[in-house]
Ligand binder design. Structure first.
Ligand SMILES: Nc1ncnc2c1ncn2[C@@H]1O[C@H](COP(=O)(O)OP(=O)(O)OP(=O)(O)O)[C@@H](O)[C@H]1O
Ligand code: SF4
Ligand SMILES: [Mg+2]
Length: 408
């Protein structure tokens, strides 16, 4: 029988072998999750900087599938400072959701596993390494310390229960101890009012299908914020909404964040949303961070060719649609990543040296970091030769028309 090397497909024998090996590896990892009475010394740690709410430190999260190991997140490091919004951008499939699901410990196990690295969560001085935190402690952290607003509210709200009962359940679970049903319902009504739902008493009695998309998203936000989490993950919170509702939801999120001094991890494809909301930006590509910095640095001085491509492909007022840029080619196969820069095969600005191993991080300022050979001291002269490219010029025009949140 032909094997993968000849035609690109796996034989059933190969699939069985991969699946057996996966079971062995994930079986070992699952033992760790099933342990009882894990001592605190194994998961309580220290922040590198106590001003941060979360620190992702060389996180690797993989999925062990029958076609091979999908390295969805492959060495991701970035910080989420207390009270700030960090925008995460990148092409579909680059690992944004897997990064945030790892923080919630909601990867689809046993296939999905945090393989190595740390995620440090600062809960008012007590610091948890989420990569090692036992499940029963995690249940307390989810909702109380971190919560997530999902992309599609209809899939997260239960269609057969009334809105009020679903919000009641969240409040009862997290802070309902010793409270009567009436007290919990009062808190539910307050939570619905806080997110701007008029007629909150009436809405509490409705089923999800009776609400508009914008109202459902508000309910999701009310549920996520009901217990005053320190960190809010918003995974494409406005993608399913029209532009005016989108703006209202973003205002609401910003306002609520300031009121409870929380941090937001905002995942979106929309650079406009990032410019409006984020203090810091992390640009991901194929499971890695290729550039990160303050919103000003990323928008006014985009440096990685992929970030330049994102900027150049963004519509801006006053530019003809025919001038929009599209990044050529496609993302490499996550099961079989190359051993050189993952962006090389699509990069218009590559240099002779780009065939070498994956580029390490270069610091352009205290906060601005990029992984690209163009910024290596020894290659700067060569990089200057293609700074006249159309891509750089288009990105510069987009940057000059962008208004970034001022207090970044
Ligand atoms: N349950 C799973 N099993 C196998 N592979 C998965 C699973 N979940 C995610 N992946 C893979 O992990 C990679 C990263 O996925 P992820 O959902 O994080 O992408 P994303 O950046 O959030 O994309 P999008 O913008 O489309 O939401 C993808 O290659 C995806 O196929
Ligand atoms: S390292 Fe080279 S190939 Fe990779 S993004 Fe930079 S210039 Fe392009
Ligand atoms: Mg996603």
């Amino acid at each position: 029988m032909a094997n993968k090397k000849e035609n690109g497909y796996l034989t059933s024998k190969e699939i069985r072998a991969i699946s057996k090996e996966n079971r062995r590896i994930t079986g070992e990892m699952e033992k760790k999750w099933k342990r009882k009475n894990v001592p605190e010394s194994e998961y309580i740690t220290k922040m590198r900087d106590p001003q941060n709410a979360v620190e992702f430190d060389d996180l690797h999260s993989y999925f062990y599938t029958d076609s091979g190991v999908v390295k969805s997140v492959d060495g991701v490091s970035f910080d989420v400072p207390i009270g700030k919004t960090v925008g995460i951008v990148g092409e579909s499939g680059c690992g944004k959701s897997v990064t945030s699901l790892s923080l919630m410990q909601l990867l689809q196990r046993p296939q999905g596993q945090i393989v190595s690295g740390e995620i440090r969560l600062n809960r008012g001085g007590k610091v948890y390494n989420i990569a090692n935190t036992p499940q029963e402690i995690m249940q307390d952290l989810r909702g109380n310390a971190i919560s997530m607003i999902f992309q599609e509210p209809m899939t997260s709200l239960n269609p057969v229960f009334r809105i009020g009962d679903q919000v009641d359940e969240v409040i009862a679970l997290h802070e309902g101890k010793g409270k009567s049903k009436e007290e919990i319902r009062r808190q539910t009504i307050e939570a619905l009012e806080l997110v701007g739902i008029a007629n909150s008493e009436g809405v509490a009695k409705m089923f999800p299908h009776e609400l508009s998309g914008g109202m459902r998203q508000r309910v999701m936000i009310a549920m996520a914020l009901a217990c005053h989490p320190r960190v809010i993950i918003a995974d494409e919170p406005t993608t399913a909404l029209d532009v005016t509702i989108q703006a209202q939801i973003l205002d609401l999120l910003r306002d609520l964040k300031d009121r409870i001094n929380a941090s937001i991890m905002l995942i979106t494809h929309d650079l406009g949303v990032i410019a409006e909301m984020a203090d810091y930006v992390v640009v991901m590509y194929a499971g890695r961070v290729v550039e990160k910095g303050t919103a000003e640095e990323i928008f006014y001085h985009p440096s990685h060719p992929y970030t330049l491509g994102l900027m150049a492909s963004k519509p801006v007022v006053g530019r003809k649609v025919s001038e929009l840029y599209s990044i050529p080619g496609k993302v490499p196969n996550p099961i079989n990543m190359p051993d050189y820069c993952y962006f090389r095969d699509r990069c218009e600005l590559k240099l002779g040296c780009c065939d070498g191993e994956y580029p390490h991080e270069i610091r352009l300022s205290d906060t601005h970091v990029v992984s690209c050979y163009r910024y290596y001291e020894e290659h700067k002269d060569e990089a200057k030769m293609n700074t006249n490219s159309n891509l750089i010029k288009t990105a510069e025009i987009a940057a000059s028309r962008e208004e970034v949140k001022e207090d970044a």
